[in-house]
Design a binder for this molecule. Sequence first.
Ligand code: NI
Length: 139
Amino acid sequence: MTARETIRFSVSLPATLLAELDRRIVGRGYDSRSEFVRDLIRARLVEEAWAGAGSEVHGVLTIIYDHHRRGLTDKLHRVQHHRFVHILCTQHVHLDHDHCLETIVLRGTPGEIERMALEIGGLKGVSFAELARTAVVDD
Ligand code: NI
């Protein structure tokens, strides 16, 4: 068996579970059960990578903040420069007169990334913070 080889195998499922699976396949625009099941497995592997304390993972932190809030942009910069090694890039969008949106791509252990996300999300003036968790998994 080579890494790139695709293996076909059969799975036994109760009819009700298969119906649930098929509903999601249609609802989410999948072409086949196989592609959906592959994505389920990949999602589980990413979850497991995040559950492992020492694994290297990636995250994208999306924040919205009020740039008029006194000292906030300085604090945001300080937090990010303090641990700059884990920040791969940031993207900044001026949403309106008051609000900025930033995406921050992070690399590190799950704990390091979670800590930084909590630290940034907890700053006064940050009205939204959401961390998308991902990791490279073999496919
Ligand atoms: Ni801005």
